[in-house]
Design a protein around this ligand. Structure first.
Ligand code: NAD
Length: 474
């Protein structure tokens, strides 16, 4: 890729990244059609990329913060210009529809995150200056950062990892999910029409390549987003070289609807909180606790709304929900829904996929009168099946929300903001939203507690996570 080329059409973008027949075929999860071929890099390729990153990082770190931000803002312009092509690529590869909070939203968020990451003020901090002691803190680059990502929001999550890393003067080696490498390759190609060569590279491969990144001695930090099981492995494998880690792991977000909420008013936010990206979102609403007095009304409003939301092929403009991205995830959702049905829970909507139809489509599913310990409630479904649990005492709902070993997001739904905030403060989660669920903002720190991980992304706190503090004392 030359520094002057632009990649604004889908055909140009695909031509720039397609590895040809020798690569790994990637298929559209909605239709099974071939999207393109991803290169298959080896562990040796990964180590070579890290060597290059070490070398290129030195000059990148010598630039001023303003100069690096100028690059990143121009990179945002390039992403905007290629927005429609990137949206088409991620829609075909990941399955999410162009519309709704889908592929166009994801491409747009990439540009937004690049720009807003450069708008945070991270100036020198004077912590003591009393005439005797003068101590100031600055955040220096770490060096090389490894960015390992999942398949649900492949481009957006990559930008969340790389934008602060680059701004802070690091070079980055990205390892995308083996399920969705093309959209990340496309994004990186577009960014590299602007960035100096070698500060941002992508290496495509499976868990072995990710593991090599997390053990490479020259990598100072891993930004990881994915499952808790893999996060645990990375924590172990990176220990020998004492790497810094930000771990954004799985969740099982609870929502608690208090008795004074208006079922009709909250239905739309409840729906998108749970079903954004067909439920394949880390901080999606994954179990809903509703007060007995409005339980039936909430179920009814949610069902009325959910049955109107078109699901289908991502490239069809009318759709707002797509398929699951892969067979593995389809099987997880299918198993959990079958177990819920077998337990005697009531299916309000969906629950019955057409196994013979093309694509990994699982219908929008709402399950009521379900036991609080049912696997669909206590395991992460990561798909379009929401269990709705009845409660009578808010203490019981809070205890249920807090009983799992994960704590990414949660939400409280009420007409009384003060009361909602009081309940929110008692929920064990990194973020608790009120009357909405899952919205992220590049200015606001985001991260999990318990086994949903540690470290935060976004905002000034996120930037600090991509630097190492240095105190000058004297
Ligand atoms: P995953 O853990 O299976 O894979 C994530 C990445 O890790 C992939 O790139 C994979 O190749 C790589 N990997 C696998 N084994 C590895 C190893 N031993 N060392 C290093 N890397 C390795 O996760 P997934 O199935 O792609 O994503 C779904 C999960 O991600 C869900 O649990 C979801 O909740 C979570 N998630 C969390 C957030 C968040 O911000 N907290 C965001 C999105 C997704």
């Amino acid at each position: 890729m030359t520094q002057t080329q632009t990649l604004n059409t889908y055909a140009d973008l695909l031509a720039a990244i397609d590895a040809g027949e020798s690569g790994r075929a990637i298929h559209d999860p909605a239709t099974g059609e071939l999207v393109g071929h991803a290169p298959e890099h080896t562990v040796d390729d990964l180590h070579r990329a890290v060597d290059t990153a070490v070398e290129k990082q030195r000059d990148w770190a010598k630039l001023t913060d303003a100069e690096r931000c100028e690059y990143l803002n121009r990179a945002a312009d390039a992403v905007e210009a290629a927005g429609e092509a990137l949206a088409e690529l991620v829609s075909r590869e990941q399955g999410k529809p162009l519309n709704g909070p889908g592929a166009r939203f994801e491409a747009g968020a990439c540009a937004t995150w690049l720009r807003v990451t450069c708008s945070h003020d991270l100036s020198e901090e004077t912590v003591v200056d009393d005439g005797e002691t003068r101590a100031v803190v600055n955040y220096r680059p770490i060096g090389v950062v490894g960015a390992i990502g999942p398949w649900n929001w492949p481009m957006m999550i990559t930008v969340w990892q790389i934008a602060p890393a680059l701004r802070m003067g690091n070079a980055v080696v990205v390892k995308p999910s083996e399920y969705t490498p093309l959209s990340v390759l496309g994004l990186v190609e577009v960014l590299n029409t602007v960035l100096p060569e070698g500060v941002l590279q992508v290496v495509v491969g499976g868990g072995d390549v990710g593991a090599a990144l997390s053990t490479n001695e020259q990598v100072g930090k891993i930004m990881f987003t994915g499952s808790t099981a893999t996060g645990r492995k990375i924590a172990e494998s990176s220990a020998a070289s004492v790497k810094r880690l930000t771990l954004e792991l799985g969740g099982n977000d609870a929502g608690i609807v208090l008795e004074d909420a208006d079922p009709r008013e909250i239905a739309e936010n409840l729906f998108w909180g749970a079903f954004i990206n067909t439920g394949q979102t880390c901080a999606a609403l994954k179990r809903l606790y509703v007060h007995d007095s409005i339980y039936d009304a909430v179920c009814e409003e949610l069902t009325k709304l959910a049955e109107q939301m078109p699901m289908g092929v991502g490239m069809d403009e009318q759709n707002v929900l797509g398929p699951l991205q892969n067979q593995m995830q389809f099987d997880i959702v299918d198993r959990l829904v079958k177990e819920a049905k077998a337990s005697g829970a009531k299916v309000l909507l969906g629950g019955d996929p057409d196994y013979d139809a093309p694509g990994y489509f699982f219908p929008t599913t709402l399950i009521a009168d379900i036991d609080a310990d049912n696997p669909l409630v206590v395991e992460e479904q990561f798909g379009p099946a929401l269990p709705i649990v009845r409660y009578t005492d808010v203490e019981e709902a809070i205890a249920q929300a807090n009983k799992l070993n994960v704590g990414l997001g949660a939400s409280v739904w009420s007409a009384d903001l003060e009361r909602a905030r009081e309940v929110a403060a008692r929920i064990e989660a990194g973020t608790v939203w009120i009357n909405s669920h899952g919205g992220v903002d590049p200015r606001v720190p985001f991260g999990g507690i318990k086994q949903s991980g540690y470290g935060v992304e976004f905002g000034v706190a996120g930037l600090k996570g991509l630097g190492v503090p240095q105190v000058i004392n004297g």
